[in-house]
Write a protein that binds this ligand. Structure first.
Ligand code: HEC
Length: 135
């Protein structure tokens, strides 16, 4: 194989790997922790990463992340949690960066507050909580 072909092949493969990282199949796995509740396990995650912008009188997207009722109600556009089905819950796609639209990646990638993306472990807990019925 000519060296140029080899380079093109290498570039194409790396590109596919980058695109692939955003595919549905690459959601972090759900945690195997049982008995998860919003109050005990999930609220601390949302308090640290979401509540700055999604609480109070004028929450972004009209989404309240500081109460279970608010999270279940969703945004001005509709629900973000499908209880029992974390892989199809918009909340999970948003924090795991698997929605096609990077504007919906949360927290916003370059937010001024410097709030970082959720870790795979945190996403795993959120997934397990939703899979267990989002109680
Ligand atoms: C620094 C501010 C900020 C933080 C932190 C933040 N968001 Fe957002 N969020 C926004 C803004 C701005 C929008 C867009 C509002 C609009 O379009 O009206 C938004 C919109 C959303 C939407 C709707 C997106 C859509 O396309 O429908 C969801 C869902 C969401 N955020 C969830 C979260 C979650 C979950 C977290 C925490 C993991 C979080 N956000 C953290 C600012 C933030």
């Amino acid at each position: 194989m000519k060296i140029t072909n080899l380079i093109i092949l290498t570039l194409a493969t790396s590109f596919a790997a980058v695109i692939g990282a955003r595919a549905e199949g690459t959601l972090p796995p759900a945690s195997d922790k049982t008995g998860l509740t919003y109050a005990t396990d999930i609220k601390p995650i949302f308090d640290a990463s979401c509540v700055k912008c999604h609480s109070g009188e004028h929450p972004k997207a009209r989404l309240h992340m500081d109460t279970l009722a608010g999270v279940l109600k969703g945004t001005k556009e509709g629900k973000i949690v499908t209880a029992g089905d974390s892989a199809n819950s918009f909340l999970v796609k948003s924090v795991a960066h698997v929605t096609g639209d990077s504007d919906a990646w949360m927290p916003p990638v370059h937010n001024k507050a410097g709030i970082k993306a959720l870790t795979p472990e945190q996403i795993g807990l959120v997934r397990a909580w939703i899979d267990q019925g989002a109680k």
